[in-house]
Design a protein around this ligand. Structure first.
Ligand code: GUN
Length: 285
């Protein structure tokens, strides 16, 4: 049976370290790191995610300032708010919760955030930095997945890594992270033929397709590391991922559960990025 990679425990450990770091930084620099969170509209899941981000900030001593705007907010208004936050010296990080309402161009909005305040790591500058092996602010979920894989103690060098899903938020930066770490990387996506054949030879699988149970347990190579980014709510209210966990656990060497795997690490890396942005702004790095 596979060993469980406990994201909740790792997140808790990292948060203790960050809390101590923030206390020292605040004493020395006369202010705490600040994160501005912008939420447009009333998507219930987004409200839950933003609430969880606010709670996590409080736990480690980061000052979070939320801007909750109606779904009717114009793109112009949103860009104006981002411009204000870009120029606010108390704000180290700016996060615009996705998805945005359809009348707003998400790329335009995300590209307006100053790269040095882009704590989501979505700005093309930051993705480009990762691509050329000069990581700056790194996308939270992929960076969190790397930290989870590192807990196994297994080297990335020469491993076959297969990423399933090619989104801007997870799949693409995940591939760049794995490449940076020294793995041989394949990215599968909606046009990939014979997904099974790719999974069967993978030493590391990162499932981020957003399709419940897409990855069958029998496909997993003996001893592989399986990281499940998917999160889906079943009719009985329970949560599940993109991987058939029960069957995959019989083949994998290591596997993340859903919930309690990748989820807690995404928020933790957001906190870490906000502290990094603060350090950059006060001239420490
Ligand atoms: N929506 C779903 N995941 C994310 C994320 O990591 N960051 C932001 N800003 N929005 C999201």
């Amino acid at each position: 049976m596979a060993q469980i990679i406990d994201g909740k425990a790792l997140a808790a450990k990292l948060k203790v370290d960050m809390q101590m770091d923030v206390t020292t930084l605040a004493q020395k620099h006369g202010r705490s790191p600040g994160l501005a969170v912008i939420l447009v509209g009333d998507d219930p899941a987004s409200h839950v995610y933003v609430k969880n981000k606010e709670i996590a900030c409080e736990e480690v001593g980061i000052a979070s300032i939320s801007h909750k705007l109606p779904a009717s907010t114009t793109q112009e208004h949103l860009l104006g708010l981002i411009a204000e936050l870009n120029n606010d010296p108390k704000v180290d990080g700016i996060l615009v919760q996705l998805p945005l309402p359809e009348h707003i161009h998400a790329d335009k909005v995300l590209n307006t955030i100053h790269a040095d305040k882009d704590v989501d790591g979505f700005h093309p500058f930051n993705v480009g930095c990762l691509a050329v092996r000069q990581p700056a602010l790194r996308s939270c979920t992929p960076y969190g997945c790397i930290k989870l894989i590192e807990t196994t103690g297994i080297s990335f060098h020469g491993k076959e890594a297969v990423v399933v899903g090619a989104s801007n938020i997870v799949g693409r930066p995940m591939a760049l992270e794995l490449l940076l770490a020294g793995a041989t990387v394949t990215v599968c996506h909606r046009f990939t033929e014979n997904l099974q054949s790719h999974i069967e030879r993978a030493d590391i699988v990162v499932a981020a397709a957003g399709k419940q149970g897409l990855i069958q347990g029998e496909w997993i190579k003996k001893g592989a590391i399986v990281i499940d980014v998917g999160i889906h709510r079943l009719e009985d209210g329970s949560l599940t991922g993109d991987v058939d966990f029960e069957a995959a656990s019989k083949h994998a060497g290591w596997i993340t559960p859903v919930p309690g795997g990748v989820g807690p690490m995404t928020i933790t890396m957001l906190l870490s990025n906000t502290i990094s942005a603060f350090k950059n702004h006060v001239g420490l790095v």
